[in-house]
Design a protein around this ligand. Sequence first.
Ligand code: 7RM
Length: 635
Amino acid sequence: MSNYHIKNLEEYFQVHRKSVRNPELFWEEIAEEHFLWRKRWDKVLTWDFKKPEVKWFEGAKLNITENCIDRHLRIRGDKTAILFEPNDPKETAQHISYRQLYERVNQLANVLKEQGIKKGDRVCIYLPMIPELAISTLACARIGAIHSVVFAGFSAMALSTRVNDSDCKMVITSDGSYRGTKTIDLKGIVDDALKECPGVETVLVVKRIHSEIEMKNGRDKWLQPLLDKAATECEPEIMDAEDPLFILYTSGSTGMPKGMVHTTAGYMVYTAYTFKNVFQYRENDIFWCTADIGWITGHSYIVYGPLANGATSVMFEGVPNYPDWGRFWEIVAKHKVTQFYTAPTAIRALAKEKLDCVERHDLSSLKVLGSVGEPINEEAWHWYNDNIGKKKSPIVDTWWQTETGGIMISPIPYITPTKPTYATFPLPGIQLTLMDEHGEEITGNQVDGRLCIKFPWPSMARTIWGNHKRYKETYFSTYENQYFTGDGALRDEVGYYRITGRVDDVIIVSGHNLGTAPIEDSINEHPAVAESAIVGFPHDIKGNALYGYVILKETGESRVHDNLRKEINQIITEHIGPIAKLDKIQFTSGLPKTRSGKIMRRILRKIACNETDNLGDTSTLLNPEVVQEIMDNAL
Ligand code: 7RM
């Protein structure tokens, strides 16, 4: 029996049982057989969820880029590592071989060193989905610098907050980016952001759209001339297993985004293992994850997981509807993609278009379809299964989080029977629990509760950058000795899990996690606004959309309301980005509050969702009369 590659359902159960009985032995065998270590670990696992502290493979020495690149050169030097498909289908795709990737990563690593970046320094990467994005993450890892990728759809303010929170010394960006027919002035956004970031010494600029941009003397440098002079060999920095590999921000239910810190060895082992099994990856497969590397899905399943397995990973710069809604399927056919991994929001958008967009392309190369980011509704699941998988490619509905680093719950394709809307079983090494409101574990099947994890796994985030206290409070304080996910879930009669959604104030819009608090904070900065509350309501394509209730300082005439709505969305765009814009804004004279002053979001949510038949208990409200007013004026 091989631990690493599961072959049938019986073996899955055996492996999972073994991983629970002896987790250290289970992960040790995987780590030993499938990776390159400069020094072996002294201890597989140290953990204490009370502190909390988790260490995997303590004492081991390695460099993750040796595992993702160098070790493949001997047998896969000419194999395509990254297959870059540009925004414009007329521009030729780039096949970057493992050998070329090695050279380009080393050159950039040498440039970073030359520019004064050392082990442990933070480098912010703010780039579109071009090869330099993947190469930048790997170049940082090569020299032990900690990368912090910020999704290039975030605004200048969101970028500066993230740069400052982790004290980045450098930003890597591009002159601009392509998005369908549009271009975006990324460098302009960076310039704005850096007005507030005194700690940034250097900005490296990739030329992508050849626009006229300003280069600030002494700070900004074009990357290409520096690369041209750099050597193609760079000795990897030898890292400790628990040295930070990267920081990735995720929004929480309050204030500042949380800089989740992932460390080297455990993250590598877990993303590689899950990539292999969840996608049943075989040599010569062409794997395509449509996520942006600015999100955890891209980190783990475009860059690290696939490359650690010597796979070919497709990187797509564009959007699903350019030049038309057939683009995804055109790419699948063109590159003979074998595994396709996307988000329910994309599936729902694609399902709205004419079937001809799908049917005119040959999708026969596909073997596995994946879904991630939010619950996949039954309709979308069937559309995906019928029209893309032709009922032959299993759908893996993968549940996980930025914090978990890798996929936690998922069917194993061709092994676990799938069931629409169910993520099914935990992967080997993952010990789930469902908890009730009183902190008791709910045992047995056909139950629902709050999803927790009771034992560490190798790729869990170790802390929040600069705020271990918040890490403890957010994840380890709701239930004793458990990691709390923030999600609700149910377990069916055979033990399959179905994720029902967030139980906190995070709303998932088009697969992006949005905390309500930061959006409310930015709305409240509008001079006319006194107070606001945001809730989610169901949306055909986005899954959820945002509904804002806003109290104005002075009640204006309704004709000024439309202008205010525009201005409020403008502020949100500036503070966070266009993804956080509100679909509906209702002006109101008050918000339903408890006696302790907490907004009763439950009621606002029901009104936004048009479920006003049963508003539940309103007896604890301070101002029950406002509920009727809000209902009467609901949008
Ligand atoms: C990978 C990623 C995490 C949150 C998570 C859930 C939701 C993700 C699924 C899902 C139902 C799924 N990281 N979520 N996958 N809900 N089914 N298969 O998305 O940090 O950005 O989001 O996303 O609520 O807690 S994330």
